[in-house]
Design a protein around this ligand. Structure first.
Ligand code: ADP
Length: 599
């Protein structure tokens, strides 16, 4: 067990070094000030006991005020200095905490943005992210603080041990020896506490998820309609109950371990003090010496206790910082490439050449030897049932994932050879579930090309092209209206949100426009209006449109029917209808539905 602890401790040391570098980078001179204050504070107890001894001895020798005055003033001065140092430390620590947290958040955010989508396909990734976000931000500073406490108390202990050494060499040794077992017990407890947290990350995440579901606006409608509140609250309470049980057991064990360690150390002090009383009674020490030893034992006790606590905290921080490190070590899998911009902007076509792909941890092929050509200046539609692989092909096109087999070629250049950022700048996508940014309309559209955010003319054009202008003009502050209620804004309907998302796609000057169910939330009037202008909007660009509405697909130059990750039929609307295959029968069914719906 002890060997395992030592190995674990050594394994964590590099994380500690990185954490200290991080704190230093974030706080610099604040850390220097903090170190100086800590050392000063560490030396104070020794100064106090020494002054106390001379005060008592001077007092015993001559009971005159003038003799003891310098020592008395010295004690008072040290007391005030102690207060000043303590307040200054509180302030410096608050400043350090803010800067270090910002630095850790910066690291986490920068890294999270770099990671590819495959990261979110693994449940372990959420554990990693959780531990990094929830536990780690405060730990680098906690580590530094504990190191400081360790140095400070170590220093204080050494000075006091030196004082005691003058009376008998075994006195400080006894103090130390009675403290070591406690240190081992505490470290052991911290390790088991840490393992408990690792094992329960999943449950803690689920607890947060239930908490979020019960309180979040997005689930509010269904929760009320299906009366799911109580069900989820009970599930939350059950989970909390089992987590609380574990945490309380650990807290109880921690308190007992601390008490045992304290008692052992206290026994050491008691033996030393007994010996000193004996020395005084035998006339080998003066009253001042007895008082000094009494004080020194007490201070030593406090220093050792703090040392134990400090060492325990360092160990805990190292374990947590290792979690942050583990997250920061997770590498995106798909960004290796020659990072060239060859093939951009798209001049002729994009071609899927025998592409097969299975999601990480997936059980079946989402794309199976898939073949597709998207020629320049053409509108290509893909239709197919749910789960056919339509959205997957968009994800591969944007290089959120790489194919397992086959290639995607842009004017003959493999996508893997092209700089992924340059590639994405050439693609504008309207996703099936676009993000609702809870900010102004201007930003909701301008996020399509952040560098052109202040280009009002282009914003207006994109809004007009997507049919979003009319709803925007109805808003109280037009383009400057904040959307969604969370920050006091105005809520839109799903169809209006979709038009805003479409405007975002059109705002980007991309050579390929990809639309995943562009008209799904539009009413049929809006659909007709929008489709009428669609051709003009895609002039000079390629367009890929994924839809289950045949009335939308029929406007495309070529339609591909997808099933189980493959294309099973292709042609224009007319060709496919006359072919009498899957498209023709689905078209007939949709038309029947529409005609039945008419009065
Ligand atoms: P479509 O857009 O045609 O409805 P998708 O491309 O979304 O279909 O999905 C194709 C297949 O891949 C489905 O069987 C789906 O279950 C699976 N799939 C989609 N996303 C993931 C994912 N992140 N992890 C694992 N499997 C996925």
């Amino acid at each position: 067990m002890l060997k395992r602890q030592i190995t674990e401790f050594i394994r964590q040391l590099p994380a500690g070094r990185r954490a200290i570098v991080l704190v230093w980078k974030a706080t610099r001179w604040w850390s220097v000030a903090w170190g100086v204050l800590l050392i000063a504070q560490g030396l104070l107890p020794a100064g106090q006991v020494l002054l106390l001894r001379s005060l008592v001895n001077q007092f015993v020798a001559s009971e005159r005020w003038t003799t003891i005055a310098p020592s008395a003033i010295g004690i008072a001065a040290l007391w005030i200095v102690g207060l000043l140092i303590s307040s200054a430390l509180t302030w410096v620590r608050a400043v350090q905490a803010e800067y270090v947290q910002d630095e850790v958040h910066r690291l986490i955010h920068e890294h999270a943005i770099r990671l590819d989508l495959a990261f979110y396909d693994r449940p372990e990734s959420y554990d990693l992210l959780w531990r990094a976000q929830v536990d780690a931000p405060s730990q680098p500073l906690a580590l530094l603080e504990s190191l400081g406490t360790l140095v400070q108390n170590g220093l204080g202990f050494l000075v006091l041990a030196g004082i005691l050494w003058a009376y008998a060499a075994w006195l400080p040794l006894l103090m130390l020896l009675t403290a070591v077992p406690g240190l081992i017990w505490i470290a052991r407890h911290i390790l088991s506490e840490h393992h408990w947290h690792l094992e329960h990350t999943f449950d803690e995440r689920r607890e947060r998820y239930l908490d979020w579901m019960i309180t979040d606006q997005r689930a509010a409608t269904e929760f009320r309609l299906f009366d799911l509140g109580t069900y989820h609250r009970k599930a939350f309470e059950k989970l909390r109950g089992s987590l609380r049980g574990g945490k309380l057991r650990l807290a109880r064990k921690g308190a007992v371990t601390e008490l045992e360690a304290g008692l052992l150390a206290w026994t050491g002090s008691l033996v030393g003090l007994g010996w000193m009383v004996h020395q005084t009674l035998a006339g080998r020490a003066r009253l001042g010496d007895l008082l000094l030893c009494f004080q020194a034992f007490q201070q030593c006790q406090a220093q050792l206790r703090a040392l134990l606590e400090g060492a325990g905290k360092i160990y805990r921080s190292l374990l947590f910082i290792d979690n942050l490190d583990e997250f920061l070590r997770t590498m995106p899998a798909i960004f290796a490439g020659h990072a060239s911009e060859a093939g951009l902007p798209i001049k002729e076509s994009i071609r899927f050449d025998g592409v097969s792909f299975t999601y990480p941890g997936g059980t079946h092929c989402a794309l199976d030897k898939f073949e597709l050509e998207i020629p320049k200046e053409k509108v290509v539609a893909i239709v197919g049932y749910n789960g056919a692989g339509k959205s997957t092909l968009i994800k591969l096109l944007c290089r959120f994932y790489d194919p397992d087999e086959g290639r995607i070629l842009v004017d003959g250049v493999d996508l893997k050879e092209i700089d992924h950022e340059a590639l994405r700048r050439q693609i504008a996508v309207l996703f099936q579930n676009p993000v609702h940014y809870e900010t102004t309309v201007r930003e909701n559209i301008g996020f399509g090309e952040i560098s052109a955010l202040s280009d009002d003319k282009r914003l207006w054009q994109a809004a007009s092209d997507s049919g979003a202008l009319a709803p925007i003009e109805r808003l109280p502050e037009g383009f400057d209206t904040v959307l969604s209620k969370m920050f006091g804004g105005t809520e839109l309907s799903e169809g209006e949100w979709q038009r805003i998302a479409l405007a975002r796609a059109f705002f980007r000057e991309a050579s390929l426009i990809v639309l995943d169910e562009p008209t799904s939330a539009m009413d049929s009037w809006a659909e007709q209006d929008w489709l009428g202008r669609f051709r003009t909007l895609t002039a000079g660009r390629s367009a890929l449109m994924i839809t289950h509405r045949f009335t939308t697909a029929m406007h495309a130059d070529i339609i591909h029917v997808m099933e189980k990750g493959r294309i099973i039929e292709s042609g224009t609307h007319g060709q496919l209808v006359s072919k009498g295959g899957v498209y023709a029968s689905s078209w007939a069914a949709q038309m029947r539905d529409i005609s039945h719906a008419r009065p």
